[in-house]
Design a protein around this ligand. Structure first.
Ligand SMILES: [Fe+2]
Length: 299
């Protein structure tokens, strides 16, 4: 682990698991560490592809209009596959990864098992190095950020993500990981614009957002943008560089843990949503932190 300006010890916590199901170790510690914003790292947990699935590791399979291929495990809907004849195979791969992710939750984060919602996952085939072609700095995920979605307000709901590096050529996925959320929020809050319920209502009426943005969504989105546009923070903000080799897996709350993808290609990612009330310690949620710091009810 290379260090720029180290935040605090153990931003990334390693776990020995090598199976997606059943070899549990220290499950109760995991939920606490995750909710504190740490990254749970499983250096020996590989998601193995069959020889036929290896052939799917081809960026040409992604619809040129989309960044990734995505799969909704609830509706079985798949999006972003360039050629329809490959859809069944890719759907099977993403369904398998979803099932493995459920196994990992059951093993490492059992108290989330019954309460995680809206499983969506993605097959990411493009090299991170090609993202920089993206014209908008807002969409540039090589800049440190916390996840916040412009068109999909989430009212404080947590974004839990499981990632696994499936690169067949030995290439690491490289992340930068930033400081704890309370510290980040305290620094950026004074710079954020006030919330306008009228503007939020209007954005919804104009179909810019799917539902009206809450005060929470407004702050999170502003923080996402301020972080990405702040060159000094990007360069000098507290951060570490972490490499995730092929055959490794990691979990974090991407709405809480500042992260930036700096390199790599070929990854599977599973997202779940989680209500704040269903956390082990709801006080650790970004919503609770922001409410504490602003002394306001934000949703
Ligand atoms: Fe992100």
């Amino acid at each position: 682990m290379a260090e720029h300006n180290l935040v605090e010890p153990q931003t990334v916590v390693s776990y020995p698991n090598s199976d997606w199901r059943g070899s549990s170790a220290a499950a109760s510690a995991a939920v606490n560490e995750l909710e504190q914003g740490k990254v749970l790292f499983f250096p020996h947990l590989a998601f193995s592809l069959t020889p036929d699935q290896q052939k799917l590791l081809d960026p040409a399979l992604v619809d040129p209009k989309r960044k990734n291929i995505s799969y909704d495990a609830g509706s079985h809907q798949i999006k972003g596959v360039a050629s329809a004849d490959k859809e069944p195979e890719i759907r099977k791969l993403l369904e398998d990864f979803y099932q493995s992710s459920l196994g990992l939750i059951e093993t490492v984060l059992p108290e989330y098992q019954a309460v995680l919602r809206k499983p969506v996952n993605s097959l990411r085939l493009h090299p991170v190095s090609e993202w920089t072609n993206s014209s908008s700095w807002r969409k540039d995920d090589t800049r440190l950020h916390v996840d916040a979605f412009p068109s999909r307000p989430n009212y404080g709901e947590r974004i839990l993500r499981i990632f696994t590096n499936i690169n067949p050529n030995g290439e690491d996925r490289v992340w930068r990981i930033g400081e704890p959320f309370p510290q980040l929020a305290a620094r950026y809050l004074p710079q954020l614009d006030g919330f306008s319920p009228f503007k939020s209502w209007l954005q919804h009426k104009l179909h810019i957002t799917k539902t009206p943005r809450s005060h929470y969504d407004h702050l999170m989105l502003q923080m996402h943008d301020k972080m990405k546009s702040d060159a000094d923070y990007q360069k000098n903000g507290q951060q570490i560089t972490q490499r995730f080799p092929p055959g490794s897996t990691w979990i974090c709350f991407s709405d809480q843990t500042p992260h930036a993808a700096m390199g790599g290609q070929f990854m599977l990612e599973q997202t779940f949503l989680l209500s704040v009330k269903d956390m082990h310690n709801p006080e650790a949620a970004p919503l609770s932190t922001l409410q504490r710091l602003t002394s306001k009810q934000l949703v």
